[in-house]
Design a binder for this molecule. Structure first.
Ligand code: SF4
Length: 378
């Protein structure tokens, strides 16, 4: 399929302060289709105002709920410097990435190609941060990202992907993208960013059978559903190179699971985790602090359960939709804060702090130096 360049434009990915190792997929698809460059302020934050040096008729900004004020600031600065320029948001193709929805300005660039095999493979070379990605993919430090499906038929009340149209790419199409990425950039690993990768077991089976030949290590960045996980799937995932596995657990309390419409019980979750532990060295669980019906004691119970069963627990804060739409709320990462009123915010913070060591976080300079010294001694 051929896409024509229609505008003289640049696209901008605002600084999010989190997930600097994951490119903005929605924006990269848009840039690939429109054939234009991306100024990526998240992975390459400096020089901060470099987009102001580029004169363009149109700038398209990716606006996610976590970058809303950053996007507004960029728009204002650009308009001030280039009053004739059109400033738009970029949407379409992908609705949610890393649990944060894409949102729109009044004026928008909308791309209406359904999420399917019709999409071109995302051309990450269009990001001005590409060299950083390439280096880290090549060294095996960062995973190459891929979305094989988007949307989810389940109803979980806290999730922006709930009850959204489930759209897929064929396993063959995904395999082709990964094969090319391996040949071109010598990637060592990849990570699946689907909202819920194991909705359709047959698809997962086919995908695993195909990618096994690539001999890449891989993982699912977002949690799998425990009730759709079994021994056969565990074996297949492992044999195809999957090294880390995660479940979206949220809470281990059955009343909370019921209130949030998870459609799973603590028995389903424990069964899946015990199977996974037989096959994978590390098993992770995503939990949410302050869900409706929860309490400090119930969240603590989840944390104690995670420690006892031997999985890494990644806790995030629950952000109710009305608050999430007040933009810029981060529910994980260094700058995350509690916003739900389910119970005392001070106690929610306490749970979050208790799991600090289990969360991925930026390495400080001292930690980097220590790592280097350790490397030299070895
Ligand atoms: S199963 Fe996962 S992706 Fe689907 S609605 Fe629930 S939390 Fe969201």
């Amino acid at each position: 399929m051929e896409y024509q360049k229609k505008y003289e434009m640049i696209l901008i990915n605002p600084y999010a302060g989190v997930n600097f190792d994951i490119p903005n997929l929605g924006l990269t698809y848009a840039a690939t289709i429109l054939n234009c460059k991306i100024i990526d302020l998240n992975t390459k934050p400096r020089p901060k105002n470099r987009y102001l040096k580029i004169k363009s008729d149109i700038i398209g900004i990716s606006v996610q709920s976590r970058t809303y004020s950053q996007a507004k600031q960029i728009a204002q600065k650009y308009k001030k410097k280039y009053p004739g320029a059109k400033v738009k948001s970029v949407s379409g193709i992908i609705n949610v990435q890393c649990c944060y929805p894409y949102i729109e300005f009044e004026d928008k660039i909308e791309i209406n190609i359904p999420f399917s095999d019709q999409l071109p493979f995302p051309d990450y070379q269009l990001l001005d941060s590409f060299i950083i990605f390439q280096k880290n993919w090549n060294k095996g430090r960062w995973d190459y990202p891929i979305m094989t499906s988007q949307g989810c038929p389940y109803q979980c009340i806290y999730c922006v992907s709930r009850n959204t149209r489930y759209l897929t790419r064929s396993p063959e199409n995904c395999y082709e993208e990964l094969k090319i990425a391996k040949e071109k950039w010598d990637i060592k690993s990849f990570s699946i960013l689907d909202d819920c990768f194991n909705v359709d077991k047959k698809r997962v089976v086919k995908f695993c059978e195909l990618i096994r030949n690539l001999k890449l290590s891989w993982s699912c960045a977002n949690g799998l559903r425990a009730d759709r996980f079994d021994e056969e799937l565990a074996q297949l995932l492992k044999d195809s190179g999957c090294s880390h596995i995660s479940f979206g657990i949220e809470s281990i309390d059955d009343d909370v699971l019921n209130i949030i419409k998870k459609g799973e019980t603590s028995v389903d979750i424990e069964r899946a985790v015990l199977i996974a532990k037989k096959y994978f060295k590390s098993v992770n669980g995503f939990f949410i602090i302050g869900l409706p019906g929860s309490s400090f004691e119930k969240d603590l119970k989840s944390l104690i359960w995670a420690k006892k069963i031997g999985i890494n627990a990644h806790f995030s804060y629950y952000v109710p939709f009305d608050k999430g739409m007040q933009y810029d709320y981060l529910f994980y990462g260094e700058n995350a804060k509690p916003v739900a009123d389910t119970y005392s915010k001070h106690l929610q913070k306490k749970i979050y702090k208790m799991t600090y060591s289990m969360r991925p976080h930026k390495i400080s300079l001292i930690e980097k130096i220590l790592k280097k010294i350790k490397g030299l001694i070895r």
